[in-house]
Design a protein around this ligand. Structure first.
Ligand code: ADP
Ligand code: ADP
Length: 232
């Protein structure tokens, strides 16, 4: 479902160039939950943002669902990105919009008709169990509820891939568990492919099928949870 071929990302600046990601090769199969772990500054964010081209790689190729994103123009990329949802540590919700309107937002941008949007948002609210909070504003929600809205919004256009950038890092352990439970549930139910970056080992151990360990922009280890965590 996802394939990175020799992907590189260098940030150029006058103070000195930073090779955040060196020739990186990753394959994630459909329906897999793939974890990327590493210390702060290792290149996790850069890597995950290369998958949806929020960061444009300075080298290599990115394939998602059989399409090469690195070969697309802006219009093609906008369309391809509907197939890739993303959730964030600080949720990135719009404060002036209700839960309903936050989830509706990407569908409005796509130009979906109003009645269809309403129907789709109801489905999504049901999926993340927030039907009774549709008219609340983000400030009136707990952290876990905010992330549920983030998940619903990320899934609005029915993507095959969900990218998670430290999605549970701002949450307490109990809430983290419930969000991971929801992600696993969605993964199974929708056969959604999930790539998550985290610095929390417990998170990876809880739900990932495979994991890559990144250090200074290089994947130093990759494989099943068993291989990475138990073999010498
Ligand atoms: P992580 O997510 O593992 O903390 P990042 O991908 O955010 O790591 O950062 C990897 C390296 O790239 C770090 O040295 C960071 O300072 C640098 N970096 C990240 N984003 C930028 C940017 N927009 N401009 C310049 N350097 C950046
Ligand atoms: P599979 O999951 O069946 O093993 P891969 O992981 O090899 O497939 O590839 C994932 C998708 O990316 C496939 O649909 C494949 O067509 C596409 N793909 C992979 N490598 C290339 C390439 N070098 N050029 C064009 N398409 C590619």
């Amino acid at each position: 479902m996802i394939k990175l071929v020799d992907v590189e990302k260098t940030y150029f600046s006058k103070a000195g160039d930073i090779a955040a990601l060196k020739k990186t090769n990753i394959e994630v199969k459909e329906g897999e939950i793939f974890g990327i772990i590493g210390l702060s500054g290792a290149g996790k964010s850069t890597l995950i943002r290369c998958i949806n081209m929020l960061e444009v790689p300075t080298g290599g190729q990115v394939f998602v669902d059989g399409q090469e994103l690195t070969a697309m123009n802006e219009g093609q990329l906008r369309k391809a990105r509907q197939n890739i949802g993303m959730i964030f540590q600080h949720f990135n919700l719009l404060a002036s919009r209700t839960v309903f309107d936050n989830i509706a937002f990407p569908l409005e941008i796509q130009g979906m008709p109003k009645e269809k949007i309403a129907e789709r948002v109801r489905e999504l609210l049901d999926l993340v169990q927030l039907t009774d909070r549709a008219d609340y504003y983000p400030s009136q929600l707990s952290g876990g509820q905010k992330q549920r809205v983030g998940i619903a919004r990320a899934l609005a256009s029915n993507p095959k891939v969900l990218l998670s950038d430290e999605a549970t890092s701002a949450l307490d352990p109990q809430t983290t568990k419930s969000i991971l439970q929801l992600l696993r549930d969605i993964n199974k139910r929708l056969n959604l492919t999930i790539v998550m970056i985290t610095h929390q080992m417990e998170v990876v151990k809880e739900i990932c099928d495979r994991v890559a360990v990144i250090e200074n922009g290089v994947i130093i280890e990759e494989g099943s949870m068993y291989k990475v965590f138990t073999e010498p």
